[in-house]
Structures are given as structure tokens and as C-alpha cells.
Design a protein around this ligand. Structure first.
Ligand code: PMP
Ligand code: GLU
Length: 387
């Protein structure tokens, strides 16, 4: 029997697949350096783990409301006020099983059959698939690498049609680490109002920014913009909590209401101990966030400088997140083939740029120790020298 046509076109997440493959090889005892991981290498801070243990000991192991527990919703409201100068009523906030799940819910809630969603490229692998799963069509907005992947304003204007339903705003972005200025955001916001579409602002990397770059939430530009923006965030990246699976969003009330009902028939509320952990993450000591950011900043400089010293490779300096996105087109191989060769011959795992719509690049995460980064970069340099 066939599977539904809806799912037959969906490819697996290459980022998760390659990370999994590298972990499995390591477990077999093979000496792999993985640059594939889309997650911090740090353990979840101890006070956050303790809060989850304590919740379990206190018997907090039953269902919460489907949209998340009220204490966590209150903490998310406060977070938006504190960090983003955004006021939301509790009814606008939904807690989900990771930001990926929040995004999935949003596309299901707002997309109609045949709608178009504009996605700046290079893009995170999951956006187009989630758009397609909601019956809409991804429309890609290419950007120029040399200048750090900025928004091409003329091109963006040319992509807008009466079917444009939403645009993804991701600053800093995965995989390129590019980021938008206030002026860029004002331009995007103006287009959204003029052409009446939603902005989906993925702010999952907002805390991981460097060289004084500030991640501004586009929703905070004005009340009008807030009313057409859905803000996505979560604890995975800022607090090294990828496995806990807690994300959240803030949306206009009608969208949030629809998602709350939808979620009540799909996952119900996220895991209760994880919600207690996220509550501690958002309300407890915040110094861990800055400590991890500093470590990433140091590794970023090492990684980009070393990549640019390899002949045939060039890399722009990312403004945020924890990925380098070097250009490898001068090496003369499609990214998928290069990634396969690197794994087989150099024992390093990278994600081919094709997964993000950029076949001339590979993604290398610098969420690893300086020692491992150096070891992996030695292997890459040696591989390029020999090939
Ligand atoms: N958005 C982006 C851009 C990401 O890189 C990720 C990481 N997978 C997510 C959303 C989802 O994060 P999570 O589901 O772990 O909260
Ligand atoms: N965001 C990470 C990445 O891009 C995690 C993996 C995933 O969820 O796709 O690698």
C-alpha cells in the first residue's frame, strides 16, 4: 500500500541524519570529528537539571494544559517583556515540544492550499518541508554570500504576489549566521503591512550573537507589526536544552487559539518535567547563557580564521548562531559528494550546503571544544591539500 502523497515528497532532515550518523560511528569506536551538530556541546546547566529532578520528586508528572502550564506561560510573557520589549496577553502564548514543533503548528494554522511563503536562502532545512506539509509553496529569496547574505530588497519585492501569505525572518540565521539590521527589519515590516502578509520570526539564536550584533525582534517595531508577527523561540540553543524539547511562540490571539486547539489533538502539553526545567531556565540565574555565548564567540573566530587560511575555501564571518558556512565551490565537487568524501577519507562530518539550498557551501558547527575544532580543521586542511 502507498503512503499518502502529502508525505511522499518529504525528505528526512539531513541535519539530524548526519549528526546521528556521526554519533553512531563514534560509538563504534571510529575517530570522527563532527562539525554536523546543530546543538550546543555543553551539558544543560546544573540548576536547570535540578529543577526538573525536583519537579519529578514533587510528583509533577501529570498532564499540563495542552498549551503549556500557566507558570511557564507567565515566565515566557516576562521574558518577552524583559528581553524584547514585547507585551503579550497569556492567551497569545503557546508552549510546544521544541521550536520546530512551534513552527510546524504555525504553518498549519496560517497556510491555505496554494499560499506562498517567502524563505530567505540559504535556509534552515526544515522550513520548506513544513511549508509544503501545510499545503503551501516555499518561494526562495536568494542572497549574495560575499556581503554576508544580506536581504536583496529588489528581489524580495519582485517575489511578492497576491498569494504571499508569510515570510520567514530569521536573524541570526541557520546556517549562514547572517543577521538583519533595524533598517532591514523596518523594510521587511513595511512590505508585510503594505502587502498584508504574516512575518514568522524565528528567534531561537537571539542570545548567540557576536561583535556587538543585536538580534532585534521584528515584532517590537510597532503594534501593527506585532499584530502580524508570530515570534518563535525556545530554550534549546540558549540554555543547551535540545533534548528537553521545549519551544514557545507568541502570536495574534486568533492564531494562538487555533494552535491551542490543534495542539490539544496532536501532542497535548509538552513533557511536564521539561516544562519545569524551562521555567527554571527562563526565571533562574542567567549567567550560563553569557558563559556559553563567550565560548562560542572564541571558537567562531578560530574556526573562520582557520577556514580562510585553507586554499580553495572562503568563509564569511557569522554574526550569530554557532555555524560556519564556508564556500567550497573552488574545490570542484557538489556539497553532498564533498561531505561524503570528508566523512570517508578525512573522518570529519559536515552538513552539505544543498540541504540549505546552497550547493557551493558546507555547514560546519563550531559547538565543540577548541581541541576538537583544531583536530578537525587539521584534517580538513590535509584533505584539501591532497585532493
Ligand atoms: N529554528 C532554527 C533556525 C533551528 O536551527 C532550530 C534547531 N533545530 C530550530 C528552529 C528548532 O529548535 P528546537 O526544536 O530544538 O527548539
Ligand atoms: N537546528 C539544528 C540543525 O540545524 C538541529 C537539527 C535539526 O533539528 O534540524 O542542525
Amino acid at each position: 500500500m502507498n503512503i499518502s502523497p502529502r508525505l511522499s515528497q518529504i525528505s528526512p532532515s539531513l541535519t539530524l541524519e548526519i549528526t546521528g550518523k556521526a554519533k553512531a560511528l563514534k560509538k563504534e569506536g571510529i575517530d570522527i570529528i563532527s562539525f554536523a551538530a546543530g546543538e550546543p556541546d555543553f551539558d544543560t546547566p546544573a540548576h536547570i537539571c535540578a529543577a526538573a529532578r525536583d519537579a519529578i520528586d514533587r510528583g509533577k508528572t501529570r498532564y499540563t494544559p495542552a498549551k503549556g502550564m500557566p507558570e511557564l506561560i507567565a515566565a515566557v510573557r516576562e521574558k518577552f517583556q524583559r528581553d524584547n520589549n514585547l507585551d503579550y496577553p497569556a492567551s497569545s502564548i503557546i508552549i510546544s515540544c521544541g521550536a520546530k514543533h512551534s513552527l510546524y503548528n504555525v504553518f498549519q494554522a496560517i497556510c491555505r492550499e496554494g499560499d506562498e511563503v517567502i524563505i530567505p536562502s540559504p535556509y534552515w532545512v526544515t522550513y520548506p518541508e513544513q511549508v509544503r506539509l501545510a499545503g503551501a509553496e516555499p518561494v526562495f529569496l536568494d542572497s549574495v554570500e560575499e556581503d554576508g547574505f544580506p536581504i536583496d530588497r529588489d528581489r524580495l519585492v519582485s517575489l511578492i504576489t497576491p498569494r504571499t501569505r508569510a515570510m520567514i525572518v530569521s536573524s541570526p540565521a541557520n546556517p549562514s549566521g547572517s543577521g538583519y539590521s533595524r533598517d532591514d527589519l523596518e523594510f521587511l515590516a513595511g512590505l508585510a503591512v503594505e502587502n498584508d502578509f504574516y512575518l514568522i520570526s524565528d528567534e531561537i539564536y537571539e542570545k548567540l550573537v557576536y561583535d556587538g550584533f543585536e538580534a532585534i525582534s521584528i515584532a517590537s517595531l510597532s503594534r501593527d507589526i506585532q499584530d502580524r508577527t508570530i515570534v518563535i523561540n525556545g530554550v534549546s540553543k540558549s540554555y543547551a536544552m535540545t533534548g528537553w524539547r521545549i519551544g514557545y511562540m507568541a502570536a495574534p490571539e486568533n492564531v494562538a487559539q487555533a494552535i491551542s486547539s490543534f495542539q490539544s489533538h496532536s501532542t497535548s502539553g509538552p513533557a511536564t518535567p521539561s516544562q519545569y526545567a524551562a521555567l527554571e531556565a527562563l526565571t533562574g540565574d542567567q549567567s550560563c547563557v553569557e558563559e556559553m555565548r563567550r565560548a562560542f564567540e572564541e571558537r567562531r573566530v578560530l574556526m573562520i580564521e582557520r577556514l580562510n587560511r585553507i586554499e580553495g575555501i572562503s568563509c564569511t564571518m557569522p554574526k550569530g548562531a554557532f555555524y560556519a558556512f564556508p564556500n567550497i565551490s573552488a574545490l570542484g565537487k557538489p556539497s553532498l559528494e564533498l561531505a561524503a568524501n570528508l566523512l570517508d577519507q578525512a573522518r570529519i562530518a559536515v552538513v552539505p550546503g544543498i540541504a540549505f539550498g546552497a550547493d557551493g557551501n558546507i555547514r560546519m558547527s563550531y559547538a565543540d571544544s577548541i581541541e576538537n575544532l583544531n583536530k578537525g580543521l587539521d584534517r580538513l586542511a590535509e584533505f584539501v591539500r591532497k585532493n
